[in-house]
Design a binder for this molecule. Structure first.
Ligand SMILES: Cc1cc2nc3c(=O)[nH]c(=O)nc-3n(C[C@H](O)[C@H](O)[C@H](O)COP(=O)(O)O)c2cc1C
Ligand SMILES: CCCCCCC(=O)C(=O)O
Length: 383
């Protein structure tokens, strides 16, 4: 069925050959001119690695502890909607692959399998006695009762953290989707987490309300309605990062939505040093956008992210080979990460420090100096 896949790009190529071009556009596309989509990957390519040698360590440990849960690798599956578009088992297949690899999966509010079923699939595939690390992503809803009902569904499913996407006061303009007339899921597919939230609601995409009315007050309300750790996804401005800390947020997913919301925002990698300095070790930062290689993971972690997330690569791998495809993808990235650590002279993630990365010609690590003790990987709020 599937040939040998050596890189993330091989999965993408195979998936493109297999999928409806309209769905390829939905996955690959971004907002407007897709400048940020391209910038995300380019930022990683621009940054250089400056390895250490002769550090005398034989094995490498890439496990990471986040909010008391342990993951086998610092690569999360960022929330992506509509997995059934690319595989009949949808998010259940993804969850089995993630759980088998010990990777954290963030289930999208717009998943095509209900979060409870996703969790059951993950449990069945996890190592015996291990709780599969599963988080839930949501968009705040104008009706607080709906937001709360979603939180309860996630809690009941056993999710261990909530990721609130805050970069979507309106839906970013995906011009490819507009041109293709892609506005609805095909018959037989729906957003299962939305079914029966209110009488008569059948899981239509339109039930997800994007609204510019949200403020920090709503974040505070959500904070009070659950004991789960709450992360904000899509904070880009350092001042907003400081506000997030002040509002009791437990972590940030530094993300520009893979370039799918506001076009021309900076690549997340370039923003990372500023955000690390802004939160000053008080909460951990996960970064997504453009991660395609083990060396990309090393660069993000060296600059202070505790872990990274991948979006499109998961969709391509799921399309290419279902559960097995995602398993192979995670194994491949784990392998690349392990190799990159070895070549950098690192025995673990804590060895990834800002001095290992350089902007060409700069002669030092990019961005503002990270305050000593402000490394979110060792600071408070984690573990
Ligand atoms: C097909 C697709 C669907 C997505 N769905 C969601 C979603 O439901 N919620 C969300 O917060 N982000 C969503 N995102 C954004 C991802 O979580 C993530 O931020 C982005 O894909 C990371 O960039 P990358 O694709 O370059 O790895 C989606 C992205 C893609 C490509
Ligand atoms: C109103 C539909 C929202 C679907 C969310 C999917 C998403 O975030 C994306 O980037 O695509």
């Amino acid at each position: 069925m599937s040939g040998v896949r050596f890189t993330v790009y091989d999965f993408e190529e195979a998936a493109r050959a297999r999928l409806d071009p309209v769905h390829v556009d939905f996955i690959a596309g971004g907002a407007r001119d897709e400048i940020t989509v391209r910038a995300n990957e380019a930022a990683f390519a621009r940054l250089q690695l400056l390895p250490r040698v002769l550090r005398g360590s034989f094995e490498r440990d890439v496990c990471v502890t986040l909010f008391g849960g342990r993951a086998s690798l610092p690569i999360l599956l960022s929330p992506t909607a509509f997995h059934k578009l690319v595989d009949p088992e949808g998010e259940a297949a993804t969850a089995r692959a993630a759980a088998a690899a010990g990777a954290i999966m963030i289930v999208s509010m717009a998943s095509t399998v209900a979060v409870g079923e996703v969790a059951a699939a993950a449990r069945a595939a996890a190592e015996p006695g291990q709780a599969p690390p599963l988080w839930f992503q949501l968009y705040l809803q104008p009706d607080p009762g709906i937001t709360e009902a979603l939180v309860r569904r996630a809690e009941e499913a056993g999710c261990t953290a909530l990721v609130v996407t805050v970069d979507s006061p309106v839906l970013g303009a995906g011009e490819r989707n507009r041109r293709n007339g892609f506005h609805d899921l095909p018959p037989g597919m729906r957003c299962e987490n939305l079914v029966d939230l209110r009488d008569g609601e059948r899981g239509h995409i339109r039930q997800i309300a994007m609204s510019p009315e949200f403020s920090w007050e709503h974040v505070g309300r959500l904070r009070r309605c659950t004991d789960l750790p709450v992360l904000l996804k899509g904070v880009l401005h350092p001042e907003d990062a400081r506000l997030a800390v002040r509002h009791g947020v437990d972590g940030l997913l530094l993300s520009n939505h893979g370039g799918r919301q506001l076009d021309t925002v900076p690549p997340t990698l370039e923003l990372l040093p500023e955000l690390v300095a802004a939160v000053a070790g008080r909460i951990p930062i996960v970064l997504d956008g453009g991660i395609r290689r083990g060396t990309d993971v090393v660069k993000a972690l060296a600059l202070g992210a505790i872990a990274v997330g991948i979006g499109r690569p998961v969709m391509w791998a799921l399309a290419e080979g279902g559960e097995k495809g995602v398993r192979r993808l995670l194994h491949l990235l784990w392998d690349e990460l392990d190799e990159a650590l070895a070549l950098c002279g690192a025995s673990g993630l804590a060895d990834l420090t800002p001095d290992l990365v350089r902007v060409p010609g700069w002669g030092s690590a990019p961005g503002p100096t990270v305050t000593p003790g402000a490394d979110t990987r060792r600071g408070g709020g984690i573990g």
